[in-house]
Design a protein. Structure first.
Length: 269
């Protein structure tokens, strides 16, 4: 028959207390982790619902062609959207890679518009531009193309014959710093014809942002900016919000069709 002395009883009790403490800690940790996981999943669902609301705002603004007042959907989701036309007083592009083009819609400009200043070489190295001015004479149904070449590197311009005048003193336009600037004369007066319909600017040699500033009159709208906010109401005091912004350029003729439209030819596959 075994006997447990008083000291041994105390050790057993202490071990049991420690074991209970560890078990309790594990249970609390698992419960806290489960609670946080559940809250994360709930928050993800709330964010998705708010995002769906913002997407609905963009779609509704595009459908209406204008801003959208606060609109309530089912299940606590609502949205609103702001629709703004931009570009009448000039535009600045994102970075354009060599070989890519940036189009400026001129058709529909104020008849007093006389020229466009074109800013380039914004990323630290000197780019060059090939600019095509597409004109149409509606009275006789003819298309004309005026071509220009601007190069911020004067030594290189002697070789590639990009001989149109370039200013290289540095400029700031639309909060973007540019190294170079050229200018293209345009005709927006439909009476005087042929009128400029589109300016197509191709970037060469080095990536650059492009800035275009109208002189003498405003351009037509160049792009639409839609800012949509969707929200999901968690409670009377708390809601999850998501914001989407869409920039959509006005309809322009894809460059692949240039040779067809302006040479009276046709595409052959």
């Amino acid at each position: 028959m075994s006997m447990i002395v008083k000291g041994e009883k105390g050790q057993v009790a202490l071990i049991l207390v420690l074991a209970a403490t560890v078990a309790g800690t594990l249970v609390m940790s698992l419960a806290d982790r489960s609670t946080r996981s559940l809250r994360t999943q709930t928050l993800d669902i709330e964010k998705v619902k708010a995002l769906k609301g913002a997407e609905s705002g963009v779609e509704q603004a595009l459908l209406n062609g204008g801003s959208v007042e606060l609109t309530n959907l089912a299940d606590g989701v609502n949205f609103s959207a702001e629709y703004v036309n931009e570009g009448t007083n000039g535009v600045a592009s994102e970075v354009i890679e060599p070989g890519d083009v940036f189009d400026v819609l001129v058709d529909g400009s104020e008849s007093s518009l006389t020229s466009l200043r074109i800013y380039f070489s914004s990323e630290g190295s000197l780019a060059a531009l090939k600019v095509s001015d597409y004109r149409a004479d509606g009275s006789i149904g003819e298309y004309l193309v005026n071509s220009y070449g601007f190069d911020g590197n004067s030594g290189r311009a002697l070789v590639n014959n990009f001989s149109d005048t370039v200013d290289g003193t540095g400029f700031n336009f639309k909060d973007v710093d540019f190294d170079s600037r050229g200018a293209v004369d345009v005709n927006a007066d439909i009476v005087a014809g042929p009128t400029t319909k589109l300016l197509r600017i191709m970037v060469l040699y080095s990536a650059s942002k492009i800035g275009v500033q109208p002189i003498g009159g405003d351009l037509p709208d160049q792009q639409v900016v839609i800012s949509s906010i969707g929200s999901y109401s968690v409670s009377n005091d708390v809601s999850v919000k998501k914001r989407l912004e869409l920039k959509k350029e006005m309809e322009k003729i894809p460059s692949v069709f240039d040779k067809v439209l302006y040479s009276k030819s046709r595409l052959i596959q």
